[in-house]
Design a binder for this molecule. Sequence first.
Ligand code: NAP
Ligand code: GCO
Length: 266
Amino acid sequence: MKMQDFRLDGKVALVTGASYGIGFAIASGMAEAGATIVFNDIKQELVDKGIAAYQEKGIKAHGYVCDVTNEEAVNAMVAKIEKEIGVIDILVNNAGIIKRIPMCDMTAEQFRQVIDVDLNAPFIVSKAVIPAMIKKGHGKIINICSMMSELGRETVSAYAAAKGGLKMLTRNICSEYGEFNIQCNGIGPGYIATPQTAPLRERQPDGSRHPFDSFIVAKTPAGRWLEADELAGPAVFLASDASNAVNGHILYVDGGILAYIGKQPK
Ligand code: NAP
Ligand code: GCO
């Protein structure tokens, strides 16, 4: 093992939904480790904003407009990337949505929308990149899972079902394509301060913390929300040759939430 194995020089990394938030932080870390960054988002406006944000960090990222739930559009994007940039060595299935609605109030259509983005799309994008990875003789797929790959809570039935499914899709890709030197692992972030969780951190009218905000701080041994940048190191590791023997694993980056029973009452 050499420290050089942690580098990503010469590798092409596609991070989905990475114009801001966790995807942006992971892609920025991968760029610093030497990878060429490709990302997508649904709207041109967000792709443009993303490219400008990467530029500000000195990163020349390549952005594409693509809805990851649309198989035809994904196949076209991957073909374009392979032609314009090169074969994708690293895929991060990051794009995701959440709907916080009590299960009995949720329509089947709303449930399907979450499953479509958070579970069907990683299937669609992985399927699009695996053939070229097999030809090239290696590949890394990282699925962004969740605490909800392990735990449930009120209002997030669709999200938990999708992220639990994504954990098993990760293990299945590992099982099915490990023999082609493809490693598929997941990262399970804890509670990260991004726009997705902003409603859970909003200050109350009297200036006090949102009750969910206090709840998460109490549930996390680290005693705080985590920053998106804290996911970059684990992602670089899982994208690099340093993790070639790690396959089908979910790396929880949660400040200790899953290890913790909670603070004992005083
Ligand atoms: P975010 O701030 O909401 O960003 C998600 C990104 O995905 C956005 O750029 C969004 O674009 C994009 N996206 C959504 N649907 C898409 C589609 N159909 N096609 C292409 N792009 C799409 O979320 P985040 O907090 O950074 O989360 C990133 C990932 O981490 C998600 O999978 C999320 O479930 C997971 N995660 C988040 C946390 C957390 O605490 N924040 C914890 C664990 C796991 P638009 O802006 O256009 O919608
Ligand atoms: C919620 C949150 C979570 C986080 C994350 C936890 O409403 O509970 O949005 O689901 O985003 O996925 O790991």
